[in-house]
Design a protein around this ligand. Structure first.
Ligand SMILES: Cc1ncc(COP(=O)(O)O)c(C=O)c1O
Length: 374
C-alpha cells in the first residue's frame, strides 16, 4: 500500500486552479486587491451559508477573535483585565485571541467525551470578574451552544465562538455562525474551507457590532465602498486585517462545492465509526443534536505512541491535535504550574486519523484494517 497521507491539500485545490487564474486576471485588470467586489460577494455568500445577518471578512481567525473582543470594548461591554472563560483543551490561538486584547483567560476543563468546554464547569468558574465566554468547537463538534447561551444571557456575559474547525456544522439544526454574539472562522489552507493563504471571517446578527468590526479590520477607518470616497478619517484604533480579493475569489469558488465535500467527510467518518473495532481504541463521541464538521477524526488510545508508530510502519500518516495544552506551553509560563487533569489526560491519548475529501476508498479500508490489527 502506498503511503496514506494525513492530508493532501494540493490535490483538493487542483480543481480550482483554472478559475483562480481567470479571477486573478479580472482582479488585476480592476486594480483593486483588497476589500473589493470579490470580498463583498464572499461576505454575502458566506453570511447566507451560515444563516447569519452579517459577515466581515478578515485576515485570519485569531484576528477574528481579537477584533470581536476589541469591538466589545468599544461598545463598553468589556474592559482590560476582564475574565474570559475558555476551554483549557484548545489550540493556542484561542487563548492568544484573549491575551492579545488585554483580557484574562480563565481555563475551564472540557467534557471528557466531546472534548469541548463543559457546561457544568462553566457554572463553577463564573465569578464577578467573568465578562465573556469564548467557546471552541473542537475538531468540528459544536460546543453545547444553546445551554451555554442560556447561561451567558442569565449572567450577562458576551458569547464568542471560535469556529475555526467547525465551518458548516449544525446544532439543533441551526448553522454554526448564526447562534453566538460573534462567530470566528478560519480559512487557513488546511481547514475544511481553505483559501490559498491566510483568511478568516466573523459572522454576527448584531448591526452595531458589524459596523464596528468592518471599521476595525481597516485601522479603525470609517468604512468606504469606492476608493474615491475614502476620507482617511479614523474613529477607532483598529488593526490591519483585511481579506484580499484573491482569497475571496477562491473561497467563493470552493464554497460552491463545500456541502459536497462535507458530505464526503461525513461518509468517511461514518465508515470509520462503523468499521473500526478494537477494544484498545475509543472512537470519537458526538451528540445526537449536532451535525459534525469532521475537520478532524480523533480517536483515543492509552497506547497512543505505540499505535502511531504501528500506523506509520504501515504507511499511514497521523497527527496529534495537540501534543501540548496551551497552559503547558513556554509562551504561557504564567500558567505552567496550573493543572487541568482532564485536558492533560486527553492530550496524552489522542490521535488524528486521515479524513479529507480526496481520500480513496482503498486508503480508508487500509486505515480501518490496520487499526483493527493493532
Ligand atoms: C481552534 C482554532 N482556533 C483558532 C485558530 C487560528 O486560525 P488562523 O490560523 O486562521 O488564525 C485555529 C487554527 O488552527 C484553530 O484550530
Amino acid at each position: 500500500m502506498k503511503k496514506v497521507n494525513f492530508y493532501n491539500i494540493s490535490k483538493i485545490n487542483r480543481k480550482y486552479e483554472k478559475n483562480f487564474i481567470k479571477n486573478f486576471r479580472i482582479i488585476n485588470k480592476k486594480g483593486r486587491y483588497l476589500l473589493g467586489d470579490y470580498v463583498k460577494n464572499f461576505e454575502k455568500k458566506f453570511s447566507n451559508y451560515c444563516q447569519s445577518k452579517y459577515c466581515v471578512a478578515v485576515g485570519n481567525c485569531v484576528d477574528a477573535i481579537k477584533l470581536s473582543f476589541m469591538a466589545f470594548k468599544i461598545l463598553g461591554d468589556l474592559k482590560n483585565g476582564d475574565e474570559v472563560l475558555v476551554p483549557a483543551n484548545t489550540y493556542i490561538a484561542s487563548i492568544l485571541g484573549i491575551t492579545l486584547t488585554n483580557l484574562k483567560p480563565v481555563f475551564v476543563e472540557p467534557d471528557s467525551r466531546t472534548f469541548n468546554i463543559s457546561t457544568q464547569n462553566i457554572l463553577k468558574a463564573i465569578n464577578k470578574k467573568t465578562k465573556a465566554i469564548l467557546v471552541v468547537d473542537l475538531y468540528g463538534h459544536p460546543a453545547d451552544l444553546f445551554e451555554i447561551k442560556k447561561i451567558a444571557k442569565k449572567k450577562n456575559l458576551k458569547l464568542i465562538e471560535d469556529a475555526a474547525q467547525s465551518c458548516g456544522a449544525k446544532i439543533n439544526n441551526k448553522m454554526i455562525g448564526s447562534i453566538c454574539d460573534t462567530t470566528c472562522f478560519s480559512f487557513f489552507p488546511g481547514k475544511n474551507l481553505g483559501a490559498f493563504g491566510d483568511a478568516g471571517a466573523i459572522t454576527t446578527n448584531n448591526k452595531k457590532l458589524y459596523n464596528i468590526l468592518k471599521s476595525l479590520r481597516n485601522y479603525g477607518e470609517d468604512v468606504f465602498d469606492n476608493l474615491k470616497d475614502r476620507k482617511y478619517k479614523n474613529t477607532y484604533k483598529g488593526v490591519n486585517s483585511r481579506m484580499d480579493e484573491i482569497q475571496a475569489s477562491i473561497l467563493i469558488d470552493k464554497l460552491k462545492d463545500y456541502s459536497k465535500h462535507q458530505k464526503i467527510r461525513k461518509n468517511i467518518a461514518n465508515f470509520y465509526l462503523k468499521n473500526i473495532k478494537n477494544p484498545k481504541i475509543t472512537m470519537p463521541h458526538h451528540n445526537k443534536n449536532i451535525e459534525h464538521a469532521w475537520h478532524l477524526f480523533v480517536i483515543k488510545c492509552k497506547l497512543r505512541n505505540k499505535l502511531r508508530k504501528f500506523l506509520n510502519k504501515n504507511n499511514i500518516q497521523t497527527m496529534i491535535h495537540y501534543p501540548l495544552p496551551p497552559h503547558k506551553q513556554s509562551a504561557f509560563k504564567e500558567f505552567n504550574k496550573r493543572s487541568f487533569k482532564i485536558t492533560e489526560k486527553i492530550y496524552k491519548e489522542i490521535l488524528s486519523l486521515p479524513i479529507f475529501p480526496t481520500l480513496k476508498k482503498s486508503e480508508i479500508m487500509h486505515v480501518v484494517k490496520t487499526i483493527n490489527n493493532f
